[in-house]
Design a protein around this ligand. Structure first.
Ligand code: PLP
Length: 410
């Protein structure tokens, strides 16, 4: 008899986006003439940069000839892409990495979810709250999160609230935690940590032998100088942190699928007997067994992002979305709402007025303004009383959505 992994049974259904879809659908049925603007989805809408399309066409052509055909590639990714990453994403910031510290993948979701494979099931876990749900769910699946308690929190997870009250800066824990997830710029709040704030986490991790899993999927959206793009800008971080990056939002790769993970050579974790094991070696072993590399065509497309034209085209896409973020911030503030984020990230985190719950405000905004957001409570208990709006739509829709919200709240 095959037995299931019963940890999966502990997972509550992920109803957030299906609940939203249901509510939007019933609104559309009862209001067929109303046009709904969706600012809830975290997916890009701009087409791929032309350099990526050209690179993919060229790579496909290579596949037509046995002399230039590519079969299985290296599990860690092609050297041409790792080199471009090291040279363009890290060296200019004074971070020296070898290409063997770069692991190309099919997007950051896979690795942020899979990284737990190389860590014992009984490590304690810390997350900022609200949070990208993959971090918790992937720990639930292997039993590391413990049991779900009545308040909706997991027993082996320490939640570090990030709310307007603490300026979205999580408090350093007053106890030891083995693994801590940090995501900056943050999804869903759109807020960031300054270098000074992030250094406190690196110092904590070094003092407590904590492993930081740093998700920098939105680093390309940073506009302010004192916000670090990489955790390795902080001294000592190579000894305590793994960094995840993604081409999804940066270059419109949500459907193409490519990202990468940095596992520094000097990063180690302990066995029960205290022996230090390099995590780079373990992750490499894991990838070689369970992953066969991102496709050659995809990696050529990602490489093209680092050409001068590629950088320019990516910049234009990001600027497009960040113009939306500004329109939304200004529009919502003009409507008398309190908003956060949207300066270094494509997410706006809106405080609901008068203490209205996330879901209540979501429904009111849908029915009164015909605009869809994502209820903040869906990202964790500290998201209650907030709504997430994304800047990934068109300029026209963003402007129209702001006009409607202003009109509604007048
Ligand atoms: N990390 C964060 C914080 C995200 O918001 C997302 C996607 O929304 C991902 C990772 C996953 O990105 P990818 O498309 O590279 O899998």
């Amino acid at each position: 008899m095959a037995l299931v992994n019963e940890h999966f049974l502990k997972l509550p259904g992920s109803y957030l986006f299906s609940d939203i879809a249901k509510k939007v659908n019933s609104f559309r049925i009862t209001h067929p003439k109303q046009d709904v603007i969706r600012l809830g989805i975290g997916d890009v809408t701009r087409p791929l940069p032309p350099v990526c399309i050209q690179a993919m066409h060229k790579a496909v052509e290579e596949m037509t000839d046995e002399k230039s055909f590519h079969g299985y590639g290296p599990e860690q990714g092609y050297e041409f892409l790792s080199e471009a990453i090291v040279k363009n994403d890290y060296l200019p910031r004074g971070i020296h990495l070898s290409t063997s510290e770069v692991f190309i993948n099919d997007g950051a979701k896979s690795d942020t979810g899979n990284i737990g494979d190389i860590l014992r099931h009984d490590n304690s876990v810390g997350v900022t709250d609200p949070i990208y749900p993959v971090y918790i769910d992937s720990n639930v699946m292997c039993g590391r999160a413990g049991v779900l308690e009545e308040d909706g929190r997991w027993s082996n997870v320490t939640y570090m609230p990030c709310t307007a009250e603490n300026n979205f800066i999580p408090e350093i824990p007053n106890k030891r935690i083995d693994i801590i997830y940090l995501c900056y710029p943050n999804n869903p709040t759109g807020t960031t940590l300054t270098k000074h704030e992030l250094k406190k986490w690196v110092d904590y991790a070094l003092a407590n032998d904590t492993l930081i899993l740093f998700d920098a999927a939105y680093e390309a959206f940073i506009t302010e100088d004192d916000v670090p793009h990489s955790i390795y800008e902080i001294k000592g971080a190579k000894k305590c942190a793994i960094e995840f990056r993604s081409f999804s939002k940066t270059a419109g790769f949500t459907g193409v699928r490519c990202g990468y993970t940095i596992v520094p050579k000097e990063l180690t974790a302990a066995t029960l007997t205290g022996e230090r094991i390099p995590l780079n070696k373990l992750w490499n072993r894991r990838q070689c067994t369970k992953f066969n590399g991102a496709s050659y065509i995809t990696q050529r497309a990602a490489e093209a992002i680092y050409t001068p034209e590629g950088k320019q085209q990516v910049r234009e896409n990001i600027d497009y979305y960040m113009t939306n973020a500004r329109t939304m911030r200004e529009g919502l503030e003009a409507a008398g709402l309190k908003v956060y984020g949207g300066v270094n990230a494509p997410y706006i985190w809106l405080k609901t007025p008068d203490g209205i719950s996330s879901w209540r405000f979501f429904e009111q905004m849908l029915y009164e303004a015909n605009v869809v957001g994502t209820p903040g409570v869906g990202f964790g208990p500290s998201g209650e009383g907030y709504i997430r709006l994304t800047a990934f739509g068109s300029h026209e829709n963003c402007q129209e959505a702001m006009r409607r919200i202003r009109q509604w709240l007048k």
